[in-house]
Design a protein. Sequence first.
Length: 329
Amino acid sequence: MANSSDIRKDNKKKIYRLMLDHQQYTKQQISVKTGLSVATCNTLLNDMTANKVLVTGEEKEFRGVGRSSWLYEIDGEHEHYILVSFAVNQGMRNVDYYVVSATGNIIRKECTVCETIDCENVISVIDGLISDCSSMKQIVLGIPGVIDGAEIEFCDIKELEIADIKRKLQEHFKLIVSMENDMHCMAYGYGRKKQLVNEVITLAGFPSHILPGTVTMHKGQIISGYNGIAGLAGFMPFGINPDEVPDMMVEGKCLDIISRIIGAIIAFQNPNEIVFSGDLINNKILSEVKDYCRRSIPEKYMPVFKMVPGFTEYLIEGMFQIAVENKEL
């Protein structure tokens, strides 16, 4: 059973999440939207304002009548986060750094391209970003691999598996450092941006020369599996060694693998929508994948297929939401 301190923290987080939409609210409006009493909202809002998490604006009448009330909003500059994503593109390592405000606005972006990941270089870039921003509170890493505690496994970037990057960043910066699979971040961000509640959505990424990755969000919950490998499509039994799969992820060879992955997802997870991205995805491929799946799956159970240019905006949103989850109020 939650104690009063935990309940108080949960209620503050409920108010904080409501106000992340960059709007101003009266305490009466916050009460209505969160289901908390006006008295509870009043106490928590006063506390959050005193701690400079929130700011107050001009007074206005609630619903146009009666006594005026103060407007509250999040002070977007009270703290900042660094979001770091790692990816492989044509054999090179891409590391993107985003400095975001407490309300999710991107303040600054740095991009580096290198042949191999060196933790000292990552620390150096983050040092430069922090030197320009004294209110940095968290670092969130989006990793193209399986996350098991502080360990990274089956990563597209092999040197990250032995880099011990989370511990090194924590020791150097003395900040909260979080690490999550990048596809999970994308799904989390997609769900938040689309305000999905009851849907079952699969994101499927098919870049060339990389193990394919998928993730399914079931009614607001990411299906990660017991060990976190759910959606790691490279482990499917294709009749070849998983190390050989990247060589099959090229134009002219990838259709069979993509079709079998999507067919399995539909049969076992029954999404109402599959969102595709990656340079191997185009209208012709999706049409052929649909034809393959329809051979065994009744039309009434076929999900909607969507194609997007990329998952970057959802990745950023997902990493930001992880920072919000970790925030102490």
